[in-house]
Write a protein that binds this ligand. Sequence first.
Ligand code: KE4
Length: 425
Amino acid sequence: MNRERSTQLYDTARAIIPGGVNSPARSWGAVGGDPLFLARASGSKVWDVDGNEYIDYVCSWGPLILGHANKQVIDAITRAAADGTSFGAPTQRENEIARLVVDAYDSIDMVRFVNSGTEATMSALRLARAFTGRPKIVKFEGGYHGHSDALLVAAGSGALAHGIPDSAGVTESFAQDTLLGKFNDIASVEAHFSAYPNDIACVIVEPVAGNMGVVPPQDGFLRGLRELTANHGALLIFDEVITGFRVEYGGAQQRYGIRPDITCLGKIIGGGMPVGAYGGSDEIMRTVAPLGAMYQAGTLSGNPVAMAAGIATLKQLQEPGVYNTLGAKAASLAAGLQEVFAEAEIPLRINRIGSMMTLFFNPGEVTGWDSVSASDREGFTRFFHRMLDQGIYLPPSPFEAMFVSLAHTDADIQATLNAARRALA
Ligand code: KE4
């Protein structure tokens, strides 16, 4: 495949943008090679600037559950933009999408919209500290919640892929209040509550981990977090930036029947435009300015064009059977890949919840950071490049989720399996 134009653009970008990218996750640091510069997308396909076509399983890291350039979403964006792009004043569309979120999440009475998942989780932490009056937080090794200081400790996703899970510039004063648990190990969290019975404001967790690759919660883990936090007067924050409207319309909290105190959302609720949100009970959300003493603001929060994209996306996800269809597509892909890897006698462990999944080059179970890090990164890297050369665009990191959208067809899945068979030959 000729990718000269991508390389030219990357050379230019690197002179004026750090690493040539506006997010390290896009820099292919984990798999090597020059990142593709994409020119356009439609449905399950993306095209790079050299005109090469790929079946896309990155889906912009999660938002594009309907597929790229969905007609109703594009029309909604176009109509909203024609009436003005931003007012800095409340608009009816904010009411509409807030109603959609409140109706979809039983644990959310009120919701505040922001511009990214990072802002959502950063604000949720501040809210938990304001509400409880306590300083410490618990997150999990390999958990990624965006790039706010308190959460860049043992972070997953791009931080992990680039070997900087504890970012430079995060001062000791921040890091000391961030306690680390092991995902799927409730005892590791109990130990922190025993050590700090009255100092922990919250536990923040990706209810299905996506940023060390997909790692589902084992039976009892989420229930254990719910009971531990309730018993110690701490808040449970579900970071559903990936899982919200992904694993079910009502997110992981619907799938697992656990009611968090605060929920963070992003990605899908913006339909590809910059949107994040955090919400919870009336009692907790009344702490948020201008009602309460916890301040949080944003020039473009609730932006009418972004809200229009989110509304058009969520409304389509209300169609009956959408999540069964998504799950069936992903199940078919996963089963086919297991077969192809078994034929080639190459160990593969697929962790999948609904339409989010990760291929671990690992013969055993992958249940947390220890088993994630024992997986064969080189094997993944070889597979990534061989699939790319055949027009299949996987996430450029073993520590990410891949996504199936409603636009992925059986033909796409069959083409992916054929490419995998050739990649392993
Ligand atoms: P953003 O600030 O990137 O919108 O959201 C941060 C965030 C928060 N919580 C979870 C569970 C997330 O997965 C993310 C962001 N995800 C990464 C990829 N897994 C975004 C990709 C990137 O950083 O470019």
